[in-house]
Design a binder for this molecule. Structure first.
Ligand code: ATP
Ligand code: XMP
Ligand code: GLN
Ligand code: MG
Length: 511
């Protein structure tokens, strides 16, 4: 199938580049993220209908700042520059960029020229999300200012005739009130695109691509029973059928009864080759004495791969490992341009001498998009609506050393949290809700006696993609029930506290 209309996003290493792609997909337009180093000829050969330049951490006026081929502005293809991309467009076309007098982070009041096609239909005063230290201080020829904030005189500029536009703010983030309208105006009014691309075309295309890539080989799939790996497995199974072998690893870091329950559920639902391997001891011994969060993640990532390596040898010709990696796992693990936040076990935690080629069909998607793909594939809600559970499991919810005893305490507390959240009918409205076992002992009085026991932290957040999150405003009576039941049922615990930090500045997990 030829994709007639395509938007290319040139990546300058912004934290939000994938979010731009996602917003464009939400407009039912196909898009691809490509390296900013491609030449104008290469880009022209890809036949884009529009181009977007992403944000990025560098400053355009420094020596090694990433550039793009200036001739792309003369291809006759509409271009939208965002933040770094806006600044680069200004500089390459003869304008000037310098460090701003006042930096802007977060919400800003934006005044737009709504006679410009980019802002058509938008109120003159609106709000936009900013994150910059540099600003455009003089415009290239042919451009005029089409939006400003109190601290940023050139919050947007445009050259109507050549369809070149640049915005200093981030239209792709949720907090820019009219962000989607602006993106739509760029795609539909300025670039004249049609909204004719859908998620099922993505599914179809991915199945074809996988079939071609795998060829005569076999693949194993690391399946956890979580949303991502289950969707990935079903997708790959559609492509290669019985040549796919799914392996569920009981790494000893799972929740109460999880391995058995998941195995049963998966086998009931799907006619795939699924096997459970018991590796509690392997993982626990790899974690012995390890207390540093990054070391834990890497130890777990390595152990997973060793297990998969060994399991793969049980089949004839396994060349591929299928993982349900999502985009937030990739971006937080860092890449050539973005910063490392934490090494997700399945990305940054992988050993260098791994023998598999990876198949990660969901690598560019966000969780809610994966749920949509899962729906297309007919996967039941019981699986699709599960809260995310990280591959390193309870190990990154136990601060300090991971031991059988501490796992056992956390497991019992966590079970109560999930049970009560479900009973209160809150499960589907939360991104995650779980217990953490920090390394804190405190004094209490129980049954007229002094205690000096463990603390449990309750963490519950709302989020749409896991990239940003807010702590959930759980009803007091639910908090109260959870607290009392943990203390009553888990005798090692004498205190329960609630984590009221959003992401950022905290992350969702504690390690
Ligand atoms: N216990 C496990 N056994 C086998 N593979 C696993 C296990 N835990 C994680 N993985 C692999 O690591 C990947 C990343 O884990 P992650 O928790 O992000 O995804 P998931 O478990 O599939 O979905 P969810 O985010 O809903 O929990 C999984 O998609 C899967 O391929
Ligand atoms: O498979 C995974 N492997 C990991 O190493 C990992 N670390 C965090 N998470 C999950 O990702 C989301 C964002 O988490 P953080 O805010 O803690 O980074 C949350 O939903 C986390 O549960 C992981 N998932
Ligand atoms: N978010 C961005 O793209 C930032 C661009 C540039 N580094 C600045 O700080 O102004
Ligand atoms: Mg998981």
């Amino acid at each position: 199938m030829m994709k007639a209309e395509k938007v290319l996003i040139l990546n300058f290493g912004g934290q939000y580049t994938q979010l731009i792609a996602r917003r464009i997909r939400e407009c039912n337009v196909y898009c691809e993220i490509i390296s900013s180093k491609k030449s104008a000829e290469e880009i022209k050969a890809m036949n884009p209908s529009a181009i977007v330049l992403s944000g990025g951490p560098a400053s355009v006026y420094t020596k090694d700042a990433p550039q793009c081929d200036k001739r792309i502005f003369a291809l006759g293809v509409p271009v939208l520059g965002i933040c770094y991309g806006a600044q680069l467009m200004a500089q390459l076309l003869g304008g000037k960029v310098s460090m701003a007098q006042v930096r802007e982070y977060g919400r800003a009041e934006l005044t737009v020229d709504n006679t410009s096609p980019l802002f058509r239909g938008i109120d003159r005063v609106t709000s936009a999300w900013m994150s910059h230290t540099d600003s455009i201080t003089s415009l290239p020829d042919g451009f005029k200012v089409i939006a400003s904030t109190p601290n940023c005189p050139v919050a947007a500029m445009g050259d109507i005739e050549n369809k070149l536009y640049a915005v200093q703010f981030h239209p792709e983030v949720e907090h820019t009130a009219k962000g989607m309208d602006i993106i739509r105006n760029f795609l539909f009014i300025i670039s004249g695109l049609h909204a004719d691309w859908t998620m099922d075309s993505l599914v179809e295309q991915t199945i074809k691509d996988i079939r071609k890539e795998v060829g005569d080989s076999d693949a194993i799939c690391a399946i956890s029973g979580g949303v991502d790996s289950t969707v990935a497995a079903v997708l790959v199974h559609r492509a290669i059928g019985d040549k796919l072998h799914c392996i569920l690893v009981d790494n000893g870091l799972l929740r109460l009864n999880e391995a058995e329950d998941v195995e049963k559920l998966l086998k009931e639902e799907f006619e795939m080759d699924i096997r459970r391997v018991d590796e509690q001891e392997t993982f626990l011994s790899a974690l012995k004495g390890v207390t540093d969060p990054e070391e834990k993640r890497k130890a777990i990532g390595n152990t997973f791969i060793r297990v998969f390596d060994r399991e793969a040898k049980k089949y004839d010709k396994v060349e591929f490992l299928v993982q349900g990696t999502l985009y937030p796992d990739v971006i937080e693990s860092g890449d050539e341009m973005a910063s490392t936040i934490k090494s997700h076990h399945n990305v940054g935690g992988l050993p260098e001498d791994m023998n598999f080629k990876l198949i990660e069909p969901l690598r560019y998607l966000f969780k809610d998009e994966v749920r949509q793909v899962g729906k297309e594939l007919g996967i039941p809600d019981e699986i699709l609506m599960r809260h995310p559970f990280p591959g390193p499991g309870l190990a990154i919810r136990i601060l300090g050393e991971v031991t059988e005893e501490r796992l056992d305490i956390l497991r019992r507390a966590d079970y109560i949290v999930t049970r009560e959240i479900k009973k209160a009918g809150l499960y589907n409205s939360l991104w995650q809700a779980f217990a953490v076992l920090p390394d804190i002992h405190s004094v209490g009085v129980m049954g007229d006696d002094r205690t000096y026991s463990e603390t449990i932290v309750l963490r519950a957040v709302t989020s749409s993609d896991g990239m940003t999150a807010d702590w959930a405003r759980l009803p007091y009576d639910v908090l109260d029930r959870i607290s009392r039941q943990i203390i009553n049922e888990v005798y090692e615990v004498n205190r329960v506290v609630y984590d009221i930090t959003s992401k950022p500045p905290a992350t969702i997990e504690w390690e």
